[in-house]
Design a protein around this ligand. Structure first.
Ligand SMILES: CC(=O)N[C@H]1[C@@H](OP(=O)(O)OP(=O)(O)OC[C@H]2O[C@@H](n3ccc(=O)[nH]c3=O)[C@H](O)[C@@H]2O)O[C@H](CO)[C@@H](O)[C@@H]1O
Ligand SMILES: C=C(OP(=O)(O)O)C(=O)O
Length: 477
């Protein structure tokens, strides 16, 4: 397993390009199961999630070819398979996006219940409700969804759940409805730019989806999805707004100045407004975004919401940033109210964070300090990286395989911006000495009255007297 070793305290500066969006690329790739003929996708990032989905899609009869660095040619060559096995599906949430295309194009699907980041409850009841409304027979047995339909039929679907709509659910239903007989209307559809990207992709291949980017979609079913000519055979994935926001927060936290290419600020309004409120300058000139922090960070209150609100996928990074804002901030996650696994890790670095239900109350400190920390999910990993870049001293961030699911070469991009961050194997030898207090340090501590009580139970360091005292205290005398 790999980990990052980060030496904090260097302001970021320079220019990098943001990659294509993971959460747009994955549903588009899955939708290819419903498409006849080849399509060349551009700006598909090199990510573990992309590789996992390609593995799954190849077992479902999709042939793939990486052409130039970021381009991927996909084409269905076998329409028989319909089984998406647990071993692959458990690794990522977006694998549930094969359900709609398989059902619509092949009439049957057997898909394991999906995995993904451990960020709270992630049911799929809305996906199933929508597919049932389109006429699918669905059962769940032994952890698998068994779905069947001769030809799906258009229907009216209300997709509102307790926390708003569903992103991957809307993706599944859009593909299913695109090939259904008749017209489907989806009320309370997700408006996220990644959903719009999938809709644009399907429309380019002959689908008739109207209302993209609004909560009310009208989808007129067609018989097939296929490129009408060479121009329609190519599609470019949108830039990753979450990666862009993460880099903006990294520069804000390290007081640097960077330039970002391949960013669409129009889909980042809520994030940009919030960062400006905190004291971050964000300007666009000729397609390049300049980000720099001016003065001390100000505290704020904020709430994650479905698009166009602040995305839950930047909540962890924003929390890292607010740990050093001067004053009290409150973050509430209205999409995943339990998505706070990063908070105790930030506390290891000296942050003051208290959890209150779906909120975290952050009391800003002047400086974080490097520590051993553990990534628990994709965006939590990014939050720890940001915090480590600004902390005093070195940090070791374990379990960065979570980060590799969704950030393309993040450490290389940060190195390009001047950060001292390295990927090393997770072994004891690779942990910075400053994070492994050695015996001589403890010996020194023994001479320091204030620290002595913390390390007293080591007989060979502190002598028999200290040990005796322990025994006496434990026995209650
Ligand atoms: C691969 C991908 O695109 N992942 C994103 C997608 O996940 P994903 O599509 O899994 O998230 P959803 O939009 O479905 O979930 C949003 C909320 O709806 C609830 N819900 C969802 C489905 C359902 O059937 N019933 C239900 O109650 C969930 O528990 C959650 O509280 O959107 C999330 C919310 O923007 C992001 O954090 C993820 O990065
Ligand atoms: C939560 C995320 O991914 P997934 O839905 O694949 O778990 C994410 O991209 O932040």
């Amino acid at each position: 397993m790999d980990m990052f070793v980060v030496k904090g305290g260097r302001p970021l500066s320079g220019r990098v390009r943001v990659s294509g969006a993971k959460n747009a690329a994955l549903p588009v790739m899955a939708a290819m199961l419903a498409v006849d003929g080849p399509v060349l996708l551009h700006d598909v990032p090199h990510l573990v999630d992309v590789r996992t989905l390609l593995d799954l899609l190849s077992r479902l009869g999709l042939q793939q070819e990486r052409l130039e660095d970021q381009s991927l040619r996909l084409e269905v060559t076998d329409t028989d398979p319909c089984l998406a096995e647990y071993d692959l599906v458990r690794k990522m949430r977006a694998s549930i996006c094969v359900l709609g295309p398989l059902l619509a194009r092949r009439g049957r699907a057997c898909v394991s219940l999906p995995g993904g980041c451990n960020i709270g409850d992630r049911p799929i009841d809305l996906h199933l409700k929508g597919l049932r409304a389109l006429g699918a027979e669905i059962q769940i047995e032994r952890g698998y969804i068994f779905a069947e339909a001769e030809r799906l039929k258009g229907a009216h679907i209300y997709l509102g759940g307790p926390f708003g709509s569903t992103v991957t659910g809307t993706c599944n239903l859009m593909v299913a409805a695109a090939l259904a007989e008749g017209t489907t209307t989806i009320e309370s559809a997700a408006c996220e730019p990644e959903v719009v990207d999938l809709g644009n992709f399907l429309n380019q291949l002959g689908a008739r989806i109207k209302g993209l980017g609004t909560p009310f979609l009208t989808i007129e079913g067609v018989d097939r999805l296929q490129a009408a000519g060479p121009e329609q055979q190519q599609y470019r994935i949108i830039p990753d707004r979450i990666e862009a926001a993460t880099l903006m927060m990294a520069v804000a936290m390290t007081s640097g100045k960077i330039e970002l290419e391949n960013v669409d600020l129009r889909v980042l309004t809520a994030v940009v407004e919030k960062l400006r409120e905190l004291g971050v300058q964000i300007e666009e000139e000729q397609g390049v975004i300049t980000v720099c922090r001016v003065g001390a960070l100000r505290p704020t209150d904020c709430c994650t919401l479905p698009y166009p609100g602040i995305p839950t996928d930047v909540q962890a990074q924003l929390m890292a940033l607010l740990t050093t804002a001067g004053g009290m901030s409150v973050i509430t996650d209205k999409v995943f109210p339990d998505r706070f696994m990063h908070a105790p890790e930030l506390v290891r670095m000296g942050a003051h964070i208290r959890r209150e239900g779906p909120s975290a109350i952050i009391s800003g400190v002047s400086q974080l300090s490097g520590a051993n920390v553990m990534a628990s999910d994709l965006r939590a990993s990014a939050a720890l990286v940001i915090a480590a870049l600004a902390a005093q001293g070195e940090s070791a961030i374990r379990r960065i395989y979570h980060l590799d699911r969704g950030y393309e070469q993040l450490e290389c991009k940060l190195q390009q911006l001047g950060a001292d961050i390295n990927r090393v194997q997770e072994t004891r030898e690779n942990i910075p000495a400053s994070l492994l207090p050695d015996l001589s340090e403890l010996e020194q501590a023994a001479h320091d009255e204030r620290l002595r009580k913390f390390v007293a139970p080591r007989p060979h360091l502190f002598g028999a007297q200290a040990v005796d005292k322990q025994v006496v205290d434990k026995s209650g005398r």
